[in-house]
Design a protein around this ligand. Structure first.
Ligand code: SF4
Ligand code: SF4
Length: 375
């Protein structure tokens, strides 16, 4: 049987339209009762990467999260919370700053800031056998993942699969980048994480996506879609079609299929729209942006990766646009490498030590000034 992805169109953040489309989408997948029981504790997991203006497309739009919550409440679910572990800053401030707290307060739904951590064992894991998880994730009965369509420097795009990384608590996220230090091993860890938490439903906010220097410093782009699926790999593969990116170039897709999380191939996916069933190619043609600014380059071959000293010359690297840098030092704090691969010696802009750099791009992700680019 094919994996089903629902594609809904919404040209802007109109509250009623988002609600109606998501309601139709959830009903098309079997209805709320197909995913959760009304007596279960349900956790909504948006992307709250960092403090950002809502129009910058860094975080999941509050109206998408609140529409999902409303649909659940109307079906009788009364034990709902929402939360995320922010990349930088306080989750409370990010949620309030982008308007999410206000929307959820209207529904009487509290925030969990993912401050408490538990070490969760996952013996079945192929790449990761334990996780430093936010306690809220472990104690919930059902998690619903509500991601944002964005580019990502390590994994090319971030969507359904990658959004689960916010379930890792606080600074343990940065440490994970040293343990899983390339795109492939990081993807394998993410697949284990998705399998361990087992979200009941994946929703993607692609009404406005992000292209270019994502996932925090890119350019907002109107895409006008919402995606839903129980298969996060298939959902991300449809997202790739919208970005005109070959799905096999995204490590979370390839590893996701190999490790049994989902499927990325066109022949294994059907996309249900209000206008009928489409293939991923048709989705790309009808709804995609052919010049979506995303990394479509071939990856460095394994043989070169093994020759680390030589591959350094060819690897993508972060660099600083000095005129945009305010010398805040957040990039240095974000660097997970022992002894740091980036140093700040004020009044100069930070300097990279590329010999130590593992190209995790945490510094680029966390820079509040969009001063870090990738070459
Ligand atoms: S985080 Fe950005 S603005 Fe701050 S010091 Fe680093 S490069 Fe400069
Ligand atoms: S300098 Fe930046 S890209 Fe390099 S290891 Fe540190 S955080 Fe990662």
């Amino acid at each position: 049987m094919k994996s089903q992805v629902i594609l809904l169109t919404c040209k802007d953040y109109d509250e009623t339209r988002i609600y109606e489309e998501l309601k139709w989408g959830i009903e098309s997948l079997g209805g709320v009762g197909h995913f959760v029981r009304t007596d279960e504790r349900i956790l909504l997991k948006p992307n709250l990467l960092r403090k950002a203006d809502i129009d910058s497309a860094v975080v999941t739009h509050p109206l998408v999260v609140s529409a999902v919550a409303r649909i659940l409440q109307e079906a009788g679910c009364n034990h709902i919370t929402y939360g995320d572990s922010a990349g930088v800053g306080s989750t409370e401030k990010i949620a309030r700053g982008c308007g999410l707290t206000g929307e959820m307060e209207k529904l009487g739904i509290p925030l969990d800031n993912f401050a408490d951590c538990v070490l969760a064992d996952y013996p079945e894991g192929k790449a990761a056998k334990r996780f430093h998880m936010a306690k809220a994730v472990v104690k919930t009965d059902a998690l619903i993942n509500i991601s944002k369509m964005k580019t990502h420097q390590l994994e090319r795009m971030t969507g359904a699969v990658k959004n689960m990384y916010g379930c890792i608590q606080g600074l343990h996220k940065a440490k994970g980048h040293t343990k899983y230090s390339n795109a492939e091993s990081f993807a394998r860890m993410l697949i284990d994480l998705n399998k361990f938490v087992n979200p009941k439903l994946y929703v993607m906010d692609g009404i406005t996506g992000m292209e270019g220097n994502g996932p925090a410093s890119g350019t907002p782009v109107d895409m006008g879609v919402l995606l839903l699926s129980t298969d996060p790999v298939a959902l991300d593969s449809v997202c790739c079609a919208l970005m005109n990116l070959k799905p096999e170039l995204v490590p979370t897709n390839v590893q996701g299929e190999k490790m049994g999380l989902g499927v990325w191939r066109e022949e294994d996916i059907e996309v249900l729209t209000r206008d009928g069933i489409l293939t991923t190619s048709q989705v790309g043609k009808n709804y995609g942006k052919q010049d979506y600014d995303v990394n479509r380059g071939r990856e460095v071959r394994r043989i070169w990766r093994q020759l680390r000293w030589l591959s350094r010359h060819f690897q993508r690297k972060p660099y600083i646009v000095e005129s945009q840098c305010i010398r805040c030092g957040i990039c240095v704090e974000a660097c997970p490498v022992e002894g740091k691969a980036i140093h700040l010696d004020k009044p100069n802009a930070p300097v990279y030590d590329y010999k130590k750099c593992i190209a995790c791009f945490c510094c680029q992700e966390m820079c509040p000034q969009k001063a870090i680019q990738v070459k």
